[in-house]
Design a protein around this ligand. Structure first.
Ligand SMILES: [Zn+2]
Ligand SMILES: [Zn+2]
Length: 257
């Protein structure tokens, strides 16, 4: 499996992109900084997208990507929980911002086909086994276990303190997660349902306790004003746990396992 990090921040600028990741060039995990990270040729290869939740930094590029795919004749499958798909349908794709991609260019062959997923029920997407696992966040949200015969990744999406509740349903080789704020931003992290390095440490400690091993950890979704602090604090907890925690970088490519 090739995992390509496309965006690793929760604010955008010339130097930072909203979160999105790409598995083997064909399956997108969220659609934040999707189009601005890829050539048109690369975009045309995407066949499916799983959405963790409705927040704009995770769904925004469904709109420009829809335009990219306009004349492709391809329908891209989009998966998400009911809450996410309701917002995508009603707010983003009702036809008021761009063409109504759920029935355009035709009802028979639209740009997007939405598929509602049930938490904890495994389903097939392309060649991957996928399972949505609820995670704590400011709005209803799930992470996704994405598995092949060789490797499994658990992408938590945005998740806050208490994310370790998800561990009972996920046994990944790779944990792709978030550390949005520094330990100083604890209060904001609690209110907005995000992790700090201290909460990540707690969650990893609990992972090890439950399962007896730690996965390879990649952390992103950094809030730029906190980035330096987050990096320093994550380094510190990695040392304490005796593991390497990789900070996600836009355009990073990882060959897994
Ligand atoms: Zn969010
Ligand atoms: Zn986010």
């Amino acid at each position: 499996m090739e995992l390509r990090i496309l965006g690793a921040h929760n604010m955008e600028s010339r130097d930072t992109r909203f979160e999105a990741h790409l598995v083997d060039g064909i399956l997108a995990l969220d659609a934040g900084g999707l189009t601005r990270s890829l050539s048109f040729e690369e975009q045309h290869k995407i066949r499916a997208i799983v959405l963790t939740h409705r927040h704009f930094d995770h769904i925004r590029d469904l709109m420009p990507f829809g335009l990219t795919m306009r004349d492709s004749g391809v329908t891209v499958d989009v998966y998400g929980i009911e809450d996410t798909l309701d917002f995508v349908t009603d707010k983003l794709m009702d036809g008021s911002l761009y063409p109504p991609f759920l029935e355009f260019p035709s009802r028979e062959k639209p740009i997007y086909a939405l598929h509602e997923v049930e938490p904890l029920e495994e389903f097939q997407v392309l060649d991957y086994k996928v399972k949505a696992v609820p995670v704590p966040h400011a709005v209803p949200a799930v992470g996704y276990m994405v598995s092949t015969n060789d490797v499994s990744v658990f992408y938590t999406g945005d998740a806050g303190k208490g994310v370790s509740e998800a561990w009972q349903h996920a046994e990944p080789d790779i944990l792709l997660t978030e550390v949005t704020f520094g330990n100083d931003g604890e209060q904001t992290a609690i209110e907005s349902g995000h992790l700090t390095p201290a909460y990540l440490e707690e969650a990893l400690f609990e992972f090890k306790r439950q399962k007896g091993y730690l996965p390879r950890v990649i952390a992103g979704h950094m809030n730029p004003p906190y980035e330096q602090e987050v990096r320093a604090e994550v380094k510190h907890i990695a040392k304490k746990l005796g593991i390497e925690i990789m900070m996600a970088e836009a355009d990073m490519r990882l060959s897994l396992p």
